[in-house]
Structures are given as C-alpha cells and as structure tokens.
Design a protein around this ligand. Structure first.
Ligand code: SF4
Ligand code: SF4
Length: 335
C-alpha cells in the first residue's frame, strides 16, 4: 500500500520543471531497477521506502515471471539492480539474478549486510561471490554510534562482521567481486542543513578508518543525499523542517547534474509490475507516463516489444535532492 500522497506541489519552492526550463527527456533505457518489496529485517530512520519487518508487500510470482521475460528479451538492459526492502527476503531474488547473469548483465544487489545473520540467509555471501554480484551496501558512517542511531542497535557490529566475511571471499579485492559502500548524511534535527561531504575525500577517510580499525577493504564509496521522501520526509515534517530543507536543496541546485541523472536511462519497477522513472517516484506514487499520458506496466512493455516508451521523466520538488551540489543517485555523486 502506498502511504504517500502524489507529488504535492510546494509553492514555496520553484517547481522543478520550471527550474530546468523544460521537461527532462528520457534516454535509451539500459538499467532495470527492481524493487522486490518493502519487507526488511531493519527499519532505518532515513529509509525512503519505509521498509521494516512488519511490511508484507512483495513481488508477486506472475510479475517475477514477466520480469524474467523482460530480462531475456531486451539485450539493451545492461544492468539489473535489485533493491527493496531487503531484496534477499523475496523468493524472486535468485530467479531474477540467475536470469540476468545468464543473459550477461551486470547484477547489483543493494544489501543491508545484516541480513546474512538472520535465520536462513547465512549462505548469501557465498552465493553472491559465486554469481559475481556487485554489492552496494549501506554504511551511513564509519562510527558505530551514528550507524546504530540511524539503523538500530548492533547494526554497526553486524555490518563490520559482514564486510570482513565478504573480504574473505575476495570482495573488494578481486576485479569481479565489487563491494561498494553507501554514505547517507545524518538527518537534520534543526534548521542547519548540509549536503554530503565531497565523495572522493570521504571515500579516502572511510578506506583509511576501516582498514586501520577492522582490516576491511572496499571499492567505491557512494554519497547519497537524503531526499525528502518516505521516513526522511516524515522526520522533516515532524520537526517542521520539510519546506526549509527543500529550499536549502533548491538553493544548491546545480544544472550540470541534469545530464547525468539516473532517471534518464532507467526504469524502476515496483512489486506489482508498475513502471516509474526512479525509486523515489515509486515511493511517492508518481508513475512514469508515455507521451499519450498512459501509465506503464511490465506487461505493457512486453506487449509493445520496447522499453523506450517514455519521452519525459516525471519530476517533483524532491528532484532538488538529486540536483543539489555534486548531485546524487543510487551510484553516488553525479559530478
Ligand atoms: S534503508 Fe535499507 S536496510 Fe534500512 S530499512 Fe530501508 S531498506 Fe531496510
Ligand atoms: S527524484 Fe531524482 S532520479 Fe527521481 S525523477 Fe527526480 S531527479 Fe530523477
């Protein structure tokens, strides 16, 4: 069930569409990001999906079958990016991976690391290494207190154990076993906002700290701006910071980011098979549309025999989060 209203226009910030003077055109689709559901073993304070162990929404078997057909049918899909919730908790996780690997695509799994210590999931690190999946793992800080405050008590220690385990399997060391970490800034509690620190500088700090203290290595650090969506939006609204945060993001608008926005060449699919331009639009129930104004589903893409049916990306005020400063995407800074 969607819990957010659609794209409410906030009149105190410039409409994003006006800011960029035109629509945001879609490029040829090369990335398929699939959100397998809202179930997760954690319930992080910054989660834009509002995932938790109590959520039950998940990919239906017939949608999983359609997605497998899509993966087989379109060689132009180069990357299959699996997210959630904890995508590992869905039964469709492995069939989707195996279809994507069979067709030569890169598979990204957005993993919270702690899932490997839950009953029935201890085999995952070996499975990931066997299929050479690229792991993108959230570690919002390299200091234990900050991580536990955002993600729950004990999450930092479990994450460290998981990273050491992945390193033992060759992750972060061998060329086909890529391990990336994700940094999210702490959520603001007062009218004092900041963007993520410069990505390459922070990556060096992370690498130094994790190597020295835990003998952990990894490939890349992605800094991701907190978009005012999901729990982040609720957090800001509770503290009456929502509008001022949007204004802060708008004041850092950087037009050079537009060319690189992730929504330009990806399709984001929800557990019901509906198509969006990105995961944030998915959470805000703002579906992708064709030039005729029709919404899309995976079934319609299969029927049309094309992935390129969207000419313009649907945008909203939270797009200022992706375009502030050096920009932000699921693969970190854009510039
Ligand atoms: S941020 Fe990730 S790990 Fe945390 S609750 Fe959301 S989906 Fe789960
Ligand atoms: S939220 Fe970001 S990725 Fe999504 S449509 Fe807006 S700019 Fe694009």
């Amino acid at each position: 069930m969607q819990t957010q209203s659609t794209n409410t226009i906030d009149t105190s910030v410039t409409q994003f569409k006006h800011k960029i003077n035109s629509g945001l055109t879609k490029k040829r689709i090369t990335v398929l990001q699939i959100n397998l559901g809202r179930r997760c073993n954690l319930a992080c304070t910054h989660c834009h999906v509002e995932a938790s162990p109590k959520r039950t929404e998940e990919l239906a078997p017939e949608i999983c079958e359609q997605l497998i057909s899509l993966i087989h049918r379109f060689p132009e899909i180069k990357i299959v990016d699996l997210t959630g919730g904890a995508p590992e908790m869905n039964y469709g996780f492995k069939p989707l991976i195996e279809a994507a690997k069979l067709t030569g695509k890169q598979v990204i799994v957005r993993s919270n690391l702690t899932i490997y210590f839950e009953n029935g999931f201890g085999h995952l690190p070996e499975y990931f290494a066997k299929h050479q999946l690229r792991i993108v793992a959230s570690l919002p800080c390299y200091l234990s207190d900050n991580v536990d405050r955002m993600r729950g008590t004990g999450v930092f220690d479990s994450s460290i154990k998981a990273l050491q385990w992945l390193n033992q399997l060759g992750y972060g060391k061998e060329p086909n076993l890529i391990l990336d970490l994700v940094f999210n800034p702490q959520l603001p509690t007062e009218r004092k906002f900041s963007l993520a620190p410069e990505q390459s500088d922070l990556e060096q700090n992370y690498k130094k700290f994790l190597k020295e203290h835990f003998n952990i290595v990894f490939n890349n650090l992605f800094t991701i701006t907190n978009l005012p969506v999901g729990r982040t939006k609720m957090h800001l609204e509770r503290r009456k910071l929502y509008t001022s945060y949007l204004q802060f993001l708008e004041s850092h608008f950087n037009p050079s980011t537009i060319e690189h926005l992730m929504c330009r060449d990806e399709l984001s699919i929800d557990y019901l098979g509906n198509v969006y331009d990105c995961d944030f639009n998915q959470m805000m129930n703002l579906p992708a549309k064709t030039s005729n104004g029709e919404t899309l589903t995976v079934a319609k893409l299969l029927e049309a025999g094309s992935l390129d049916l969207i000419s313009e990306v649907q945008t909203a005020a939270y797009c200022y989060g992706c375009t502030a400063g050096c920009g932000s995407s699921c693969s970190g800074a854009l510039l």
